[in-house]
Design a protein around this ligand. Structure first.
Ligand code: C2E
Ligand code: MG
Ligand code: MG
Length: 439
């Protein structure tokens, strides 16, 4: 029987310190592993199965103990290793993931081992700080492989600090109304603005305006996004209620975004219905954008949600259609009203003819499935003309207008309407009028 050399956390820290002090010139790495969803595994398969897996890992480590200078258990399902850089290899850990997966009989559950590696630059650094760095590397892992490995780098630390800042400032920013609703106009084939998408912006203390790419994914990862979404939906509802009495705007609708995580935190249908009641607006003025990636793991829940939203009178848009892997498949079950083509469709591929055939066919398919089509990311007249000639119903993109603050939206709308009126009086034509006439 192999004697276990698996150290407790304290013993690991002490022994690792000794190794590093005895040969400081050598290159070492500190690696740390985590079994993803280990709690869930215990819950689904029972603690006995969880223990069996931990024993299996311990057995593999003990059998291969020569690979490590020291190794230990930091926490129940988290192991830590000090190795020389030349001995570091992922094959043993790959084998570990596959042997552990073999202990689970269900085809739906695979063991995922996540590994963070810190290459030791300063051997005097606290061992626990090295463990923290390996942990940050683990947190940066986004892929779903049986063994996923990430190396620590200073940029990972910077990103973590940035995320911490966003998370810690978020609640206060929300309370003090530092989030702004920007609107991006959506035009029909006649060049008329029919609606707008509500997009969040964060007005920082120093006056800079942060765009969503700097905070949405952080808020999603930290399960805070539902708070921002609720706020944005309410801002949209409030604005629609103001527009009700405005001749120019009473027919406009606003599309709001739903994050995939909202489903876990909110009764989305109840929240939206409560809002349209509170602000006395018609639900058909508030379109609901659900991004394509939401459907991947929860298609049944969304079928249910969409049915309820339809019943309540909301129109549903599938956002970013074509950006994921299962775009076509999801259309079998999801009955949406509007398909929103992802911008990637408009980016010029190597083979223009092929890109065009794909767009043309997707639009035709949407029509046959009784959906209207909007294209986002329309940047040029050429794109607008092409989309229009292929049956696209609505257009959104910088060619028409960038997202703008609510007061600026009024100016855009007025300028737009004026331009259209003037076009009738044979004033010089704008690019947008050319779109109208080109087909
Ligand atoms: P989205 O919902 O797909 O919104 C469209 C994004 O495309 C917007 O980016 C818009 O500014 C950008 N865009 C529009 N036209 C063009 C164009 O012609 N060219 C290019 N290159 N880009 C264009 P933005 O405002 O930065 O928002 C990014 C994403 O952040 C949104 O993508 C949406 O997924 C998310 N987001 C924004 N606001 C919210 C929100 O309140 N809640 C949630 N859950 N997500 C939001
Ligand atoms: Mg959207
Ligand atoms: Mg989109």
């Amino acid at each position: 029987m192999v004697m276990s050399k698996l150290n407790s956390m304290n013993a690991f820290v002490e022994k690792a310190r000794d190794v590093l002090s005895s040969d400081p010139g050598r290159r070492y790495v500190l690696a740390r592993t985590n079994i993803r969803d280990f709690k869930l595994l215990n819950h689904v398969f029972g603690f006995q199965k969880g223990n069996e897996i931990l024993k299996c890992i311990e057995g593999i480590l003990n059998k291969n103990s020569d690979a490590f200078e020291v190794y230990g258990q930091l926490h129940i399902d988290q192991f830590v290793f000090l190795m020389t850089k030349e001995k570091f290899s992922t094959s043993l850990f790959r084998q570990m993931a596959s042997e552990c997966s073999g202990l689970i009989e269900s085809p739906c559950f695979r063991i995922h081992i996540q590994m963070g590696v810190y290459e030791i630059v300063d051997s005097n650094m606290e061992i626990l700080s090295m463990c923290d760095r390996a942990y940050l590397a683990i947190k940066s892992i986004k892929i779903d492989e049986p063994l996923a490995v990430a190396w620590y780098s200073d940029s990972i630390m910077e990103r973590c600090l940035y995320s911490k800042k966003i998370i810690s400032e978020f609640d206060y920013a929300l309370q003090s109304k530092r989030f702004l609703m920007y609107l991006q106009p959506q035009a029909n084939t006649k060049g008329e603005i029919m609606s707008a998408e509500a997009l969040a912006r964060w007005l920082m203390e120093d006056g800079t305006i942060l765009s969503p790419s700097h905070f949405i994914s952080i808020l999603e990862d930290s399960d805070l996004i539902w708070k921002l979404d609720l706020y944005m939906w309410e801002e949209a509802a409030k604005l629609l209620s103001k527009w009700k009495h405005d001749g120019d705007k009473k027919n406009l609708s606003i599309s709001v975004n739903i994050s995939p995580k909202d489903l876990y935190y909110l009764d989305i249908e109840k929240e939206l219905v409560d809002l349209v009641r509170k602000y006395d607006i018609s639900p058909d003025k508030m379109n609901v954008e659900i991004t394509e990636s939401s459907f991947v793991n929860n298609s049944d829940l969304y079928v249910d949600l969409i049915a309820k939203l339809h019943k309540a009178g909301f129109a549903i848009e599938i956002d970013d259609f074509g950006s994921g892997y299962s775009s076509l498949n999801l259309l079998k079950n999801i009955h949406a009203d509007i398909l929103k083509l992802d911008m990637a469709f408009l980016q010029k591929g190597e083979d223009l003819i092929r890109s065009e055939i794909i767009i043309d066919s997707v639009i035709e398919m949407a029509k046959r499935l009784d959906m209207q089509v909007i294209s986002e990311g329309v940047e040029t007249q050429e794109q607008a003309v092409f989309l229009k000639s292929n049956g696209c119903d609505f257009f959104q993109g910088f060619y028409f207008s960038r997202p703008v603050a609510v007061d600026k939206f009024d100016t855009v709308l007025k300028a737009y309407n004026l331009e259209r009126t003037n076009a009738h009086h044979k004033r010089p034509k704008s690019l947008r009028d050319l779109v109208k006439e080109a087909v």
